[in-house]
Design a protein around this ligand. Structure first.
Ligand SMILES: [Zn+2]
Length: 145
């Protein structure tokens, strides 16, 4: 069998470590579509959180934690959320951190509508978004949702 391309290896990695094998076709489309917009996506295993990195001297990069994945769909929701940070205006000093998080989720929701097979998973999405936002609301002493 011919060697796999880096693209195929990444799809395999997200399906295996993210426990997303049942969603392989979707994972493939999402990784291809998002990266076509100009952001790199890779997995990380050092911590259980994901992030978006934008430095002046490096290409923009989304790092998705695939460490101890318990809810496979959360990998996708978080990926759409981090992509929402990529779509958001550049950070400026004095930006409201909570507002930026909410904005990234708004962008995520728009992106998700492009994948009709996820429409039935709305509840899982809402739970993930709520959990993530509440961690910020708690940190900033705001009422939880
Ligand atoms: Zn965020």
């Amino acid at each position: 069998m011919p060697l796999k391309t880096p693209r195929e290896q990444k799809i395999d990695e997200f399906c295996a470590q993210g426990k997303l094998e049942p969603y392989r076709a979707l994972v493939t489309r999402v990784l291809d579509d998002l990266q076509a917009e100009g952001v790199n996506i890779s997995a990380r295993y050092d911590v259980e959180f994901s992030n978006f990195e934008a430095y002046d001297d490096k290409p923009e990069h989304i790092r998705i934690s695939l460490k101890n994945v318990k809810v496979p769909l959360n990998v996708l929701w978080i990926l759409f959320h981090e992509f929402g940070h990529f779509q958001s205006p550049k950070i400026t000093p004095g930006d409201n951190k909570v507002a930026r998080e909410e904005l990234a989720w708004e962008f995520a929701e728009k992106t998700i509508t492009k994948y009709p097979e996820l429409a039935a998973e709305k509840e899982s999405y809402e739970a993930c978004k709520k959990w993530c936002l509440n961690s910020y609301y708690r940190e900033y002493g705001l009422p939880e949702i």
